[in-house]
Design a protein around this ligand. Structure first.
Ligand code: DLL
Length: 461
């Protein structure tokens, strides 16, 4: 059933106003809102019936909530359905949430998580088809063409970014270069030798690639024109830096294994919000008390899979904080856009009773010209239970020369700005460029050592 041959191909559509644009599945990408919502409702009913019938976990949850699939008569009825969280995947490890017989599942992916068992997700052959088409939509949306040479510099194992992106590249017909992770010198060599035009990797690895290319003086030898970066948060400042350093247009890509992998939401060429493919995902933005947020108000993104066969999830709490941008997009696509992610609901640090998001720290740091792109926040619990934030920040080379070289001034300025934004004092440690470990995968921006301290203290007692 599964084949790599595309059922679709890029379609050029000309609008009345003279605008011409490429789409992969224009029937869905340009669907009128009303029609899209009818489709969503049909799909929601069908997925609710499927999980109620086939997944004991959901059957029980629906019964506990006093709701049955027949009770869904409008999209608003979603609020009556039970929710799903990461812990539910762990509790049903490995295959307990599959909604189809095991032999229908043709692939699994998994994420390691920080504690306990990994979370496992499964795909039928049709799920892989859908995923490949959504990735193809994304790539066509940002201007990738069949003639492009597309390097996928992420892990090809359990991580969904490897195979997920790879199948999308092949589906839309560009040439996939599955370079995987690591060996940065070799990645650059391949990029030059093959004439790579599109790069996909994590934004932190892209910054490292750019830094290495600059240090080796090979930027001029690259033919890159598009960068697709995701799997972790990154700032507008990092975007500017990447676009400048690599001579590309850089796009934000969002996804999560539980829903599919990459390709759930992606920026279009406007670079102003990420279109979430609403024919496949029903979205809610909820506040801490599980109530819908007002339009434009940030909250937790909660997603229901509308078409996933192997493991559809109902009202999955992503932990990711964003808001819906209601304005019509000039690219013509009718799927609404999510604002770039503001952080994770559970990433929020509570330091001396004050809520601190790592993204707030990043916003301050990128506003200081002497500071480079890498930082690491360390939260420690000192004696008497007092928490302290210290932040290691890398300086740009220029910070050590000329007028900028007053390190004490940079440190004081950074601490003052952070204090005014966070309302809590933090200690800044300026370090040389290259001191903070680079990674080919997701970077670790926050190290919370408070648990370690508490455990040590308990052991001493
Ligand atoms: O990271 C899928 C992916 C691969 C997305 C490649 C984009 C590119 P997971 O490993 O399951 O899946 O991690 C999902 O990563 O809930 C977010 O917290 C975070 N994340 C992913 N993309 C973005 C983004 C992949 N563009 C988790 N901005 C999600 C901010 C992101 N956070």
């Amino acid at each position: 059933m599964f084949s790599l041959m595309a059922e679709h191909s890029t379609e050029k559509i000309k609008f009345d106003q003279g605008m011409e644009m490429n789409y992969w599945q224009p029937k869905y990408e340009l669907m009128a809102r009303e029609e899209l919502e009818e489709l969503q409702l049909r799909r929601l009913k069908s997925v609710a019936e499927k999980v109620y019938k086939n997944v004991p976990f959901y059957h029980k949850k629906f019964q506990e909530a006093g709701v049955a699939p027949e009770d869904i008569n409008s999209l608003a009825d979603i609020s009556r359905l039970p929710t799903t969280r990461k812990q539910d995947l762990r509790d049903n490890y490995p295959f307990g949430l599959f909604a189809v017989p095991r032999e229908e599942v043709v692939r699994v992916h998994a994420s390691s998580g920080t504690t306990g068992k990994p979370t496992v997700v499964g795909y039928t052959a049709r799920d892989i088809e859908t995923w490949s088409d959504l990735m193809a939509r994304d790539f066509v949306m940002v201007g990738v063409e069949k003639k492009d040479i597309f390097q996928n510099a992420v892990n090809y194992g359990f991580f969904t970014g490897g195979l997920g992106v790879h199948y999308g590249i092949e589906r839309m017909g560009a040439m996939a270069v599955p370079s995987g992770v690591g060996n940065t010198e070799r990645q650059l060599e391949i990029m030059m030798d093959f004439g790579v035009t599109v790069l996909h990797c994590t934004p932190s690895y892209a910054l490292y690639l750019a830094e290495t290319a600059k240090a080796r003086g090979v930027v001029e030898k690259l033919s890159l024109r598009i960068g697709c970066f995701g799997a972790e948060p990154w700032s507008d400042e990092s975007r500017r830096e990447l676009e400048e350093a690599l001579n590309i247009k850089a796009y934000d890509s969002y996804g999560l294994s539980e829903m599919m992998g990459p390709g759930v939401a992606f920026e279009c060429q406007e670079q102003d919000g990420l279109h979430i493919w609403e024919d496949h995902f029903l979205i809610e933005i909820l506040d801490k008390s599980e109530q819908p947020c007002a339009p434009g108000e940030p909250g937790e993104l909660v997603i229901t899979s509308l078409t996933k066969e192997a493991m559809p999830l109902i009202r999955y709490h992503t932990g990711d904080v964003t808001y819906i941008m209601e304005d019509k997009c000039p690219c013509g696509r009718t799927s609404r856009k999510l604002h770039r992610f503001l952080g994770r609901a559970d990433d929020m640090l509570i330091v001396r009773g004050i809520n601190v998001f790592p993204s707030q720290i990043e916003d301050v740091l990128v506003s200081i010209p002497e500071i480079g792109s890498y930082f690491q926040v360390i939260v420690d619990r000192k004696k008497h239970g007092l928490d302290e934030i210290s932040i290691q920040v890398e300086l740009k080379d220029e910070a050590f020369t000329g007028e900028l070289s007053d390190l004490a001034r940079i440190q004081k300025k950074t601490e003052e700005r952070l204090k005014s934004v966070l309302n809590v004092r933090s200690k800044i440690e300026l370090v040389e460029k290259g001191s903070i470990p680079r990674t080919a995968g997701k970077s670790k921006k926050v190290v919370d050592r408070r648990d370690v301290y508490s455990k040590d203290e308990k052991e001493k007692k």
